[in-house]
Design a protein around this ligand. Structure first.
Ligand SMILES: [Zn+2]
Length: 196
């Protein structure tokens, strides 16, 4: 068949990809990998992150192994909507720190045909779903769960155990404050912590 009259250029397909996991599980590396490939495909990419994440740099998305891409720090989710026009791909790092409006924002962007890639911690240090992440997972077209390695036993780890003594939900950290643990080791350590 050679009928080109009915041929239509495939419309841009919007969608939401969520990359989630514990600390040190490679979430940001996976986000950066996808951004790099989108850039190779000549897509216009913009990266956002919450202003709260100022661990290494004001402007960059930096993973623990220090791969950097320039990111725009924003105060709230609505700013992302306002600043996303004209882009093919929107990446959002540390999404767990955003307000609940991020869910609606991601849906709106995807409905406009934008590819939305979101990375964030699925659970806080107490093992509870973190901020808007559970709702983002619910509306995602694709979910990619990254897992770290348990530093106690070498199994795959889903939990971010806080070694530092603090009860804040938000404590940005590095290896000295958190360690990735598997379910068994996490439970053991939490029980020990409660006994102290
Ligand atoms: Zn373990």
């Amino acid at each position: 068949m050679n009928n080109t009259d009915n041929y239509k250029e495939p419309s841009r397909r919007g969608g939401i990809e969520v990359i989630c996991g514990s600390m040190f599980s490679g979430k940001t590396e996976e986000l950066i990998r996808r951004i790099r490939r989108a850039k190779i495909a000549k897509q216009n990419v913009e990266i956002f992150k919450p202003t709260i994440d100022v661990r290494y740099s004001d402007k960059d998305v930096v993973s623990h192994n220090r791969h950097a891409h320039s990111a725009v720090p924003v105060e709230n989710s609505y700013s992302i909507l306002l600043m996303s026009q004209g882009f093919d791909v929107i990446a959002i790092d540390e999404a767990q720190f955003f307000d609940d409006g991020i869910v609606d924002v991601c849906n709106k962007l995807a409905n406009q045909g934008i590819r939305v890639i979101v990375a964030g911690l699925d659970m806080d240090y107490l093992g509870h779903p973190f901020g808007p992440m559970p709702n983002l997972l619910a509306i995602a077209d694709e979910v990619y769960k990254t897992r770290a390695i348990c530093v106690h036993c070498g199994n795959l780890a889903n939990y971010s155990f806080r070694t530092a003594n603090s009860n804040q939900q938000v404590l940005l950290g590095e290896m000295q404050e958190y360690e990735p643990l598997c379910r068994n080791c996490y439970q053991e350590m939490m029980t020990k912590k409660q006994q102290n």
